[in-house]
Design a protein around this ligand. Structure first.
Ligand SMILES: Cc1ncc(C[n+]2csc(CCOP(=O)(O)OP(=O)(O)O)c2C)c(N)n1
Length: 362
């Protein structure tokens, strides 16, 4: 009997091997000496903390979703946490981020507390949108986070606009924006890259290439093997980066940001990773071959960060456990705060909807 649409069919070993070669790249094991020289121990431990906090927070949000407590959908960065953590730690506070929907770590690094974020998901007044929107559709210009809206790739031209403002004002600031592999098929993506390249703007674009755009695999998204090829059309230098390695992400971002700040124009970074959950928590993702998920599971960014920290002699199992307990406490406290927070009143619906002069990018 033919397989029903949406059911998982077993894959032949050769088929998995082909997908892995197509979607992965030569494993680039980071030289420990290079890491130790380039990144301070305290910075590596900070990155590890945020990897764990992101995972714990999103797991809590997923649990709340399953209890029917969340307003709207839940799109997580599970297994992709290294990207937002790696890039947000490579920026200065005055730089701006126009995030995409799997960048929870960037919000945390920019000072959004777990309580505020859970309140956003519960539609409470204490969330960044004060209960007007749900999930990751949030931002705060004072913290350099441009509000994320649903429309894919719309954040890229906005980041290019911010970078143009920095250039005109003569400010040494950088804008950072990305989208998924699917998002790079949108016209806005191409317009943003072209404009930024022509004007040599201080902006870094990235793509979280997690192999799927909802149920569309990369091979049905584009006829090229690597998303980075798209940047070449605009004469933007690009780099393919192991998106599950927080150190590789961080160092690639540091290089790109330094170039942008020095007036050398935009860079495009393709972070190769895998979407380990469904598109959203309502999606069982039966269209993703189990073998592909299994192959990526061993590349989990938290496990890899732990291996590196052990190899460098910076941390041990007891430390990892301690961090786990600390982030759980933060997430528990955040959940309590969000649950105790009030829902907005009806009359608040129209407040803060339109931008005022107080809400322009500082
Ligand atoms: C312009 C636009 N089209 C469609 C959607 C609905 N949508 C939201 S996320 C998504 C998949 C995005 O895939 P990708 O860019 O690869 O990112 P991923 O979710 O895989 O991380 C779609 C189709 C949208 N938000 N905006």
């Amino acid at each position: 009997m033919p397989a029903l649409h949406g059911t998982r069919t077993p894959m032949a070993v050769e088929q998995v091997a082909r997908i892995m070669t197509e979607t992965l790249y030569e494993e680039d094991v980071m030289d420990q000496a290079v890491v130790a020289k380039e990144i301070k121990r305290s910075d590596l431990l900070t990155m590890y903390h945020y990897l764990r906090l992101t995972r714990a927070l999103e797991e809590r949000i997923t649990a709340l979703y399953r209890q029917g407590r969340i307003v709207g959908g839940v799109y997580t960065s599970h297994g992709m946490e290294a990207i937002a953590v790696g890039y947000a730690t490579a920026l200065r506070p005055e730089d701006v981020i126009a995030p995409f929907h799997r960048d929870m770590g960037a919000f945390l690094i920019r000072g959004f507390s777990p309580g505020e974020i859970i309140a956003q998901y519960l539609g409470k007044r204490t969330g960044p949108t004060k209960g007007k929107d749900g999930n990751v559709h949030m931002g705060d210009l004072k913290r350099g986070m441009i509000g994320f809206v649903s429309h894919l790739a719309d954040n890229l031209p906005v980041a290019a606009g911010a970078a143009l403002a920095f250039k005109i004002r003569g400010e040494p600031r950088v804008a950072f924006a990305g989208t998924g592999d699917g998002g790079t098929s949108r016209g806005d993506f191409h317009e943003a890259l072209n404009f930024a390249a022509v004007r040599r703007l201080p902006v870094v674009f990235f793509c979280t290439n997690n192999q799927y755009a909802y149920s569309t695999p990369l091979r049905y998204q584009m006829a090229i093997a690597d998303v980075v090829e798209r940047a070449k059309a605009y004469a933007i230098p690009g780099e393919i980066v192991d998106g599950n390695d927080v150190v590789a992400v961080h160092l690639a971002c540091r290089r790109a940001v330094a170039k942008a700040r020095a007036g050398e124009g935009p860079t495009f970074l393709e972070f190769k990773t895998m979407r380990m959950h469904g598109h959203s928590e309502h999606d069982a993702a039966k269209y993703v071959p189990r073998e592909l998920l299994d192959a990526w599971k061993v590349k989990d960014p938290i496990v890899r960060a732990e291996q590196l920290l052990i190899q460098l002699g910076y941390a041990d199992a007891a430390y990892f456990q301690e961090v786990g307990e600390r982030v759980k406490k933060d997430v528990d406290a955040g959940t309590d705060f969000a649950e105790r927070s009030p829902l907005p009143e009806g009359h608040e619906t129209l407040e803060g909807v339109f931008a005022t002069e107080n809400e322009v990018l500082p």
